[in-house]
Design a binder for this molecule. Structure first.
Ligand code: HPA
Length: 269
């Protein structure tokens, strides 16, 4: 399969012509976390549907637009709405925005997601800094012809969840009094939530949280040398812990912790 390199550069050029200066950091907002884009000042908004070749978010609560602007002194590019494999996109399409960010010269990628807790010590509302992942399902976005200008055929994943950024997050959490956890994210393809047996399996294998996103983006960004920080917002206990998964919950306290952590990270990176 020929990778869509020309399309990547075309989309990047379209964005560059609008925003003029490219931020060093991009932030992908997970389900229910799109509101964070409201904190951006001097906004420029680019709907995905106007960007050549860009996939369009179809998931609920994923606005489907790039928001570029400032948080304090720092400029940042926000994906308000991500692209998931369960929407029917190919892995190449899922990571197309990440490749465009790379082509633009973005260096740091902050990924956020809503997740179910697999770890029995976790509670709804916990924030979990991700330090690793487990993925069994769906092809890799790196499958097929390698884009040599982005990274090597076989890339190291030892520090994909960049230790320096995790340390930074822990320091910010401590000084801001934000309760924080650190753990392993397991990727499941969705769109059904997992079965109780699958969750027991994931727990046995060392997973702390589970979700349907983030990992394709991590694979793609790590391949091309971007520095990655990823955090899960625990919205529910995973299947089998309670009788059912009713809804994803976002308490005001947890949102406030999330806001302060992400703002702190953007200020310091
Ligand atoms: N499983 C998978 N994805 C999720 C969950 C879950 O329990 N909660 C939020 N996203």
């Amino acid at each position: 399969m020929i990778k869509n390199t020309e399309q990547i550069y075309k989309a990047a050029e379209y964005i560059k012509n609008i925003i003029k200066t490219v931020p060093e950091t991009a932030l992908v907002l997970g389900t229910g976390l799109g509101y964070f884009a409201d904190f951006i000042e001097n906004k420029q908004i680019i709907p995905y549907k106007e960007i050549p070749h860009f996939p369009v978010s179809t998931a609920p609560d994923h606005a489907g637009q790039l928001v570029v602007g400032n948080i304090g002194e720092k400029s940042v590019m926000i994906m308000q709405g991500r692209i998931h494999y369960y929407e029917g996109y190919s892995m190449d399409e899922v990571v197309f925005p990440i490749r465009v960010m790379k082509a633009l010269g973005i260096k740091n990628l902050f990924l956020t997601n809503a997740a179910g807790s697999v770890n029995l010590d976790y509670r709804v509302g916990d924030l979990v800094i991700l330090n690793d992942h487990i993925k069994f399902f769906n092809d890799s976005p790196l499958r097929g012809e390698n884009i040599d200008s982005f990274g090597p055929r076989f890339n190291d994943m030892s520090d994909a969840y960049t230790k320096k950024l995790r340390e930074m997050a822990k320091t910010i959490a401590k000084s801001e009094n934000i309760p924080i956890r650190e753990g392993v994210y397991s990727y499941m393809p969705g769109p059904s939530f997992e079965t109780p047996a699958e969750i027991r399996m994931l727990r046995t294998l060392g997973a702390d949280v589970v979700g349907m996103s983030t990992v394709p983006e991590v694979l793609c960004a790590a391949h091309s040398g971007m520095k990655i920080f990823a955090v899960s917002f625990v919205t529910n206990l995973a299947a089998g812990i309670l009788d059912e998964i009713k809804e994803l919950e976002y308490t005001d306290d947890s949102k406030d912790n999330f806001n302060r952590l992400i703002k702190g990270m953007i200020a310091q990176v």
